[in-house]
Design a binder for this molecule. Structure first.
Ligand SMILES: [Mn+2]
Length: 350
């Protein structure tokens, strides 16, 4: 079958009841912009109400197969499974992504060899290079221009071997052991599935894979904190509109909690303002009536949030701009202090 003319196929997996609201936002936005697409949804925790909800939306094929819980490591397993059905290409999409437009132009569907991934936020601790390939002990085949983010991945049958290699790499005892450690304390190259994928893509064996990155600010907003949507990208969105993918990286907007204590309350207020001005939440509000459940996390409660929205005409890129400037400055200062007081990271780009 021709990849360019075959129906679009998306693969989505979710097994955490607390993340179902994100899943609904993904499905509502994806089927609004691509009503013709086939969505292979793997959701062992789907209940009857959810099943009725998806029945009213596009071509969503629900599968409840009881896969063993394996968290983020599920991605190659799901992609291989969908490729088995004979479709010429399939795109994984994370349940914490919301879609704002057509995705066809991002997928390189005229090239059956092309693999598409997201560029990780520029604030990631190690930017691409060969670091992960070396740390995993694989022979280096190429240096990658950016860190890979696996929230959105387009593959074809040409990538079966890579997917099998990815699945196998995540069975390694050092990786499995690292998964039992709290995320911030894991070795950088063993943090999650995308570190293993990047290690493989940089290795000699898979250096020939034709890799395309969807770029931050143009194709995707990696919405982690106010500066995840960078100041420059916000300004270019004034001309070009919002990127078609908004990825709620890190703490999810529907799970924000405000802790006690002055420092925690101040941080909580800062996070609350960010949430009220976040581009993800802005787009999500448009689907509020479709979700058929309460979403108090979409409300605007702080004076700062109301003020920024009023002064910018509730523009999705501009309303969070003042906080992004503050956040970016704070991050640079933190980096500068760290560079002065701590020894350099062991040659990540060598
Ligand atoms: Mn994600």
């Amino acid at each position: 079958m021709n990849t360019a003319t075959a129906p679009l196929t998306f693969a989505v997996y979710e097994d955490r009841p607390r993340a179902m609201i994100g899943l609904k936002l993904l499905l509502a936005s994806l089927t609004r912009h691509h009503p013709e697409a086939c969505v292979q949804l793997f959701c062992p925790c789907a209940d009857a109400a959810f099943e009725r909800w998806i029945a009213r939306r596009g071509r969503i094929e629900l599968q409840r197969r009881p896969w063993a819980r394996c968290g983020w490591s599920i991605k190659p397993i799901v992609l291989l499974d969908v490729l088995e059905t004979g479709c010429p290409d399939v795109t994984w999409i994370d349940s914490d992504i919301i879609v704002t437009g057509k995705l066809t132009g991002l997928l390189h569907r005229d090239d059956p060899q092309a693999m598409v991934v997201l560029e990780e936020t520029p604030w990631a601790p190690v930017p691409g290079g060969t670091y992960r390939t070396r740390c995993w002990g694989l022979p280096v085949g190429r240096s990658l221009p950016f860190t890979v983010n696996s929230g959105f991945i387009r593959v074809t049958p040409a990538h079966r071997e890579l997917l099998v290699g990815w699945r196998e790499l995540m069975q390694r005892p050092d990786y499995l052991q690292a998964q039992s450690i709290p995320y911030p304390r894991r070795p950088l190259h063993l943090r999650s599935d995308q570190d293993a994928l990047e290690a493989l893509l940089g290795s000699e064996r898979f250096a020939g894979v034709r890799l395309h990155y969807l770029r931050c600010g143009v194709d995707v907003v990696q919405a982690i904190g106010p500066s995840g949507y960078a100041v420059g990208h916000r300004i270019s969105s004034l001309v070009n509109g919002l990127p078609p993918l908004i990825h709620a990286l890190g703490v999810k907007p529907w799970s924000l909690s405000v802790d006690q204590g002055l420092r925690a309350r101040l941080l909580g207020w800062y996070e609350q303002v960010h949430q009220e001005l976040s581009v993800y939440v802005h787009v999500a509000r448009d689907y509020r009536d479709e979700l058929e459940e309460d979403c108090p996390w979409m409300d605007v409660r702080t004076t700062a949030g109301r003020l920024c929205r009023a002064l910018t005409g509730q523009h999705p890129a501009l309303q969070g701009l003042p906080q992004a400037v503050v956040d970016t400055t704070a991050r640079w200062l933190k980096r500068a202090v760290k560079a002065l007081t701590q020894p350099a990271h062991p040659s990540p780009n060598a």
